[in-house]
Design a protein around this ligand. Sequence first.
Ligand code: ADP
Ligand code: MG
Length: 329
Amino acid sequence: MFTANMRPIANRLPDYAVETRQLSKTYGARGRQPAKVALDAVSLAIPRGSFFGLLGPNGAGKSTLINILAGLVVKTSGSARVWGFDTVADERTARAAIGVVPQELNLDPFFTPREMLEVQAGLYGVPAAERRTDEILAAVGLTDKAHAYARTLSGGMRRRLLVAKAMVHTPPVLVLDEPTAGVDIELRQQLWSYVKTLNAAGTTILLTTHYLEEAEELCDRIAIIDQGRVVAHEDKHALLSRLDSKQLSVLVDRDLAAAPDELAVFSPELKDGRRLTFRYKPSRIQVGAILAALDAAKLSVIDLTTEEADLEDIFLQLTRHRPDDTANG
Ligand code: ADP
Ligand code: MG
């Protein structure tokens, strides 16, 4: 049913693999639950070929956005395009251009991985001669489980099978919605090496994750959403350099009633009488200058620690929650 629509996909090289403009979604009130604005005028542009990270705390609207792209949730207003095709006006073509690995591990327990991929390929109208079932199974490390019932597969294997399922129609855009939640480190590495290979071969990847280190390592562009709104949307390095911030914490040899005047220019915070904390911009201030000021104030440093800013700090600064907070409602 999708084959006739695949030609326009192959013939097109859009600048943006995914583009949303002022995309909004309000879930209607249900019983006692009031209506909920899940997306509020979200505009995103995901360049073709990029490895794009969509970050946000629980309830931010990540899955809603992905489900609109996949044609599973009906938007309230605004527009969304996949590979240049409008998700409403060109629904079928847009759907054929995207493969989605859902957040939930839903699999029919009585199908084997091989059967599942064949059924999925059939749904997308991939002719038998063009199916890549064995190649995909091998790529996700499930060759020896090809004939096992899905219910006998471990969580990590199920996750990889869902990735395989999303790839049967060779979509130019692959979306992974928190794919490594609950997946052990080794399998995570295996999954990432496969996804990186796909990206290197030209597939655009859209990933949502709670693991900030993961986004930092894999993604070249990052958007952060919070409570349905985009709070950051830029190149990863630009985002990281925006946070020109480090923290120095020192333990001094005696109790202080207040931070000495010599240190005022560094705006220290005094805790427990003996611990002074300085937030500074490494591009402007060297830690030695702070230590010299401590010396000038006749304070001996007994211990010190420094902390680098990372994506987590940016995240906290922009959303005021930790990424694993439950911020629903
Ligand atoms: P995320 O994937 O970032 O955790 P979701 O897109 O799942 O966020 O949810 C965004 C908001 O919309 C949350 O407040 C959630 O409770 C609400 N929500 C999600 N799905 C539904 C639904 N089917 N009906 C009502 N509210 C929903
Ligand atoms: Mg989600």
